[in-house]
Design a protein around this ligand. Sequence first.
Ligand SMILES: NC(=O)c1ccc[n+]([C@@H]2O[C@H](COP(=O)([O-])OP(=O)(O)OC[C@H]3O[C@@H](n4cnc5c(N)ncnc54)[C@H](O)[C@@H]3O)[C@@H](O)[C@H]2O)c1
Ligand SMILES: N[C@H](C(=O)O)[C@H](O)COP(=O)(O)O
Length: 285
Amino acid sequence: MPRILITQGDPAGIGPEVVAKALDSGQLPSGFDFQILGSAVAATPGRPDDASALAALEALEESVRILKSDADAVAVVTAPVSKATLQRRGFSFPGQTEFFAERFGCNSFAMCLSGATMSVGLATIHIPLASVPSSLTVSGIVRVGLLLADFARRRFGRQPRIAVVGLNPHAGEEGRFGDEETRIITPAIEALNRTETGDFSGPHVPDAVFRQAARGEFDAVLAMYHDQGLIPLKLLDFDTGVNVTLGLPKPRTSPDHGTAFDIAGKGIARADSMIHAIKLACELA
Ligand SMILES: NC(=O)c1ccc[n+]([C@@H]2O[C@H](COP(=O)([O-])OP(=O)(O)OC[C@H]3O[C@@H](n4cnc5c(N)ncnc54)[C@H](O)[C@@H]3O)[C@@H](O)[C@H]2O)c1
Ligand SMILES: N[C@H](C(=O)O)[C@H](O)COP(=O)(O)O
């Protein structure tokens, strides 16, 4: 039977709790086995330390070993980790997305979050806001746009309508508030439309386009940076949002929330996003 790997994340966070609740929910698809990775070290809730970070890291590495060697292991779902704590243990990646991409030798990958209301792909991921403008390139936006179109086509079963967002207020207001739209984003949209993989429009005004997306006018939104895309997504879709890494040979999903150290150990963490993450992994596998 196909098997979904589930890493428990940092055991000082809510990972083990939401994994256990998801498995007990009665809402997971049939036809799959679920294999839990990660030891329940004696972590203090809300207090990540070297041991809890190591447990999280070992589960990630173990998932890669299994995914590469076992054809029945068809996807991985990762519970949240603390990036800062992991990096103090020598984890050299900004996040799990970049970790899986490197481990699978995947140069073309992207972060996408998909929820009941909207799906959002990110042209840049875990970088300082000040680095965003200089990190945007035509080829980078095209690369993420193609991955997002492929994902949206698989999810929604049609030629996807993808809104590409501007970077600046009012999408630059004809160059008065910035020129990334004319220099970079518009040429990328033109190149994407030449591929005929989706109907790409934009550059859209950032403060308006997410309302249109929420009303169903687009199948996905291609945002220029992390918080541009994830603030509306998490505002509207916190319980159904799933983080999915595009471009990997096997699907990797994760809940849209973090370790929630402030509520760890209290038994009040909601498992909805984890349940949706497991469902999406099964759907994509
Ligand atoms: N999937 C992941 O691995 C992932 C995602 C986001 C953040 N993180 C990491 O998590 C850490 C904490 O990040 P943060 O504080 O920005 O975000 P967070 O999602 O952990 O917490 C934000 C707020 O949402 C609440 N919350 C989160 N998940 C919840 C749930 N399931 N049920 C009820 N309430 C919930 C928290 O209590 C907190 O008030 C950081 O180290 C970050 O890197 C990991
Ligand atoms: N950027 C994600 C979010 O805000 O939800 C989160 O940090 C997870 O990133 P990784 O999947 O790369 O760990």
